[in-house]
Design a protein around this ligand. Structure first.
Ligand SMILES: Cc1ncc(C[n+]2csc(CCOP(=O)(O)OP(=O)(O)O)c2C)c(N)n1
Ligand SMILES: [Mg+2]
Length: 569
């Protein structure tokens, strides 16, 4: 077989059904073989989008998404999506063609030193240097990307190796999987120590992170909390890990967290952090959880060591969050451990009821918050949301209460505008029966607008809710506060009707709405129509995102803005 055939056969053996990519001369042998294979090639509009679609596939499933691109500018186009996946611990494989080996280092057309460029952004970068290795590199990458702290693997394959001839060995997949199978369990003594801390606490709080955002993780925390019903807050990466409609699930914590999450963090005396990386926009608040005892579980040893140094937790464990939680639950069931925290639970439930989110409901223009509040009433447990970056993203995190793991896909750590549409394409291929909705801002939407075409031309049933405030709203908000209200480079004066554009890209539903009276009906029709849909809602350029805990401030200084107020129980 040729190297290209070996590569494609390895992918087939791994069960790969779709790849996302863009072609070019240095990857043509592989694309040609893919064309003959059972694997569907989804062609995006650029390589950043292809890698984001592959990452969206991973984020929305337990599989690993795969992007295949050519050399030079094509592989560098994927860099941002690779870095984004690395930052959010998302498994991903990017396979790139490379110039032939004898031309590497000779200033050749479309050559880039992939290892040098991608080194700090990927879990591993491999330059394939022998046809003997193609099968093992591909199979190993699949399990490496998923294992431990997940992340992207970049594979660089010179075209001469794609073309040369070798045998397909057909190495057993279990051999590769076994290398990364690690089961760390809590000892009886560790469980005893944990429950001593927990049962002594009067006001325990769960802090749930992306490390739980899988079926296993979500099942494990729900099982644990069915015994204890401890109030919880979560990171952006953990939306839906527990049902956010649950009265004691207080939602997003942090700089733009919900009023109730940011209030309860000020009162807890036992902070149980699971699968989180202590993001600075959450943890770098003055006095953050300073009074509380801390327990911490995470699979990333570096992070656990960092937190041991910085915060001296009373309990910490390096290992898979789901296994550790199941150990704790088993132990608690055996020892019949119960908590007496009724008052604290009631306090949490009351906070959520009496400090609701709110926004301007009667201004001249619609607010992004209003559109998202209404959308929140129309989604169910089978909905997958993807977002861009900006006010619309954080408002979506606040207002859309997700019920299932892997249902809210957002570039949490890297904050990459342009993520929404391409990641939705991947989410759709991983879950063709789900309702996939992109919540995008106009700035984020324009960054990968080519995917408007991809979605329309492939007639994918993806819905795009475009919140158009004709500005980079989040940055404009910063200018208001810190730059004397001077709006430099954040406003877009000319008005392009994006719903018209969608019409020409074969969308089944396209509409632009500027008046509040049309909003509820518009959203309903948008949700009802099958096929590609785009609803563009024109929103207030002056809208300010609240609550906000500003840099250097503490949670007690949270600014709730003019609309969020205490209401009666
Ligand atoms: C690739 C990239 N470039 C720039 C930024 C900086 N940035 C963060 S939010 C934002 C504005 C986003 O505007 P839009 O998507 O319209 O969302 P809005 O805040 O208006 O809801 C910008 C420019 C970024 N996060 N990512
Ligand atoms: Mg905007």
């Amino acid at each position: 077989m040729t190297g290209a055939e070996i590569l494609v056969k390895s992918l087939e053996e791994l069960g790969i059904k779709h790849i996302f990519g863009y072609t070019g001369a240095a990857i043509l042998p592989v694309m040609d073989e893919l064309g003959k294979s059972s694997i569907e090639i989804v062609v995006n509009s650029n390589e950043q989008s292809a890698a984001f679609s592959a990452a969206g596939y991973s984020r929305a499933s337990d599989s690993v998404g795969i992007a295949i691109v050519t050399s030079g500018p094509a592989i560098t186009n994927t860099l941002t999506a690779v870095a984004d996946s690395f930052a959010d611990s998302i498994p991903l494989i990017v396979i790139a063609g490379q110039v032939p080996e004898h031309k590497m280092g000779t200033d050749s057309f479309q050559h880039i030193d992939v290892s040098a460029v991608f080194g700090p952004t990927a879990k591993k970068v491999v330059l394939v240097d022998s046809i003997d290795n193609i099968e093992s590199v591909i199979k190993d990458a699949y399990f490496l990307a998923k294992s431990g702290k997940p992340g992207p693997v970049v594979i660089d394959i010179p075209i001469n190796l794609q073309q040369s001839i070798n045998k397909y060995v057909g190495d057993n997949l279990h051999r590769f999987e076994a290398v990364y199978r690690n089961e760390w369990h809590l000892s009886e003594g560790q469980c005893e120590h944990f429950f001593k801390l927990l049962t002594e606490a009067k006001r325990p709080l769960l802090y749930l992170g992306g490390g739980l955002n899988s079926k296993n993780g979500s099942d494990a925390i729900r099982r644990f909390n069915s015994l204890f019903n401890i109030p919880s807050v979560n990171t952006l990466m953990a939306k839906g890990v527990v049902d956010e409609n649950d009265p004691s699930s207080l939602g997003l914590l942090g700089m733009f967290g919900t009023p109730y999450a940011n209030k309860i963090i000020q009162r807890n005396d036992f902070f149980f952090a699971i699968g989180v990386r202590w993001d600075d926009r959450v943890a770098e608040k003055v006095g953050f959880a300073i009074e509380a005892k801390i327990a911490y579980i995470d699979i990333n040893p570096q992070k656990v060591h960092q937190i041991r140094n910085e915060r001296n937790p009373d309990f910490s464990f390096i290992g898979d969050a789901a296994s550790a939680l199941n150990d704790l639950t088993d132990y608690a069931q055996r020892k019949k451990i119960r908590l007496t925290i009724d008052d604290w639970r009631q306090y949490a439930i009351k906070l959520k009821k009496t400090w609701p989110l709110n926004y301007c409901r009667d201004g001249k223009h619609i607010h992004e918050a209003e559109a998202l509040d209404l959308l929140g009433q129309l989604i169910d447990g089978d909905t997958i949301i993807t977002t861009g970056v900006g006010n619309h993203q954080l408002l979506a995190a606040q207002y859309l209460r997700m019920r299932s793991p892997r249902s809210f896909l957002t570039p949490g750590s890297f904050g990459t505008m342009g993520f929404g549409m391409p990641s939705a394409i991947g989410a759709y291929y991983a879950n063709p029966d789900a309702t996939v909705i992109v919540v995008d801002g106009d700035g984020s939407f324009r960054m990968n607008m080519g995917e408007l075409y991809t979605i329309g031309s492939l007639s994918l049933p993806i819905k795009i809710l475009l919140l158009n405030n004709k500005s980079d709203g989040m940055v404009r908000n910063l200018e208001d506060v810190a730059y004397g209200k001077r709006h430099s480079a954040t406003e877009r004066k000319s008005d392009v009707d994006f719903s018209e554009l969608a019409k020409h890209c074969y969308y089944k539903f396209t509409k632009r709405i500027a008046s509040r009276g049309e909003l509820a009906e518009g959203l309903k029709s948008f949700m009802k129509t099958t096929g590609p849909c785009l609803l563009e809602v024109m929103t207030d350029i002056e809208e300010i995102l609240y609550p906000v805990v500003r840099a250097g401030a503490s949670y007690k200084d949270m600014d709730l803005g003019p609309y969020i107020k205490e209401v009666s129980d």
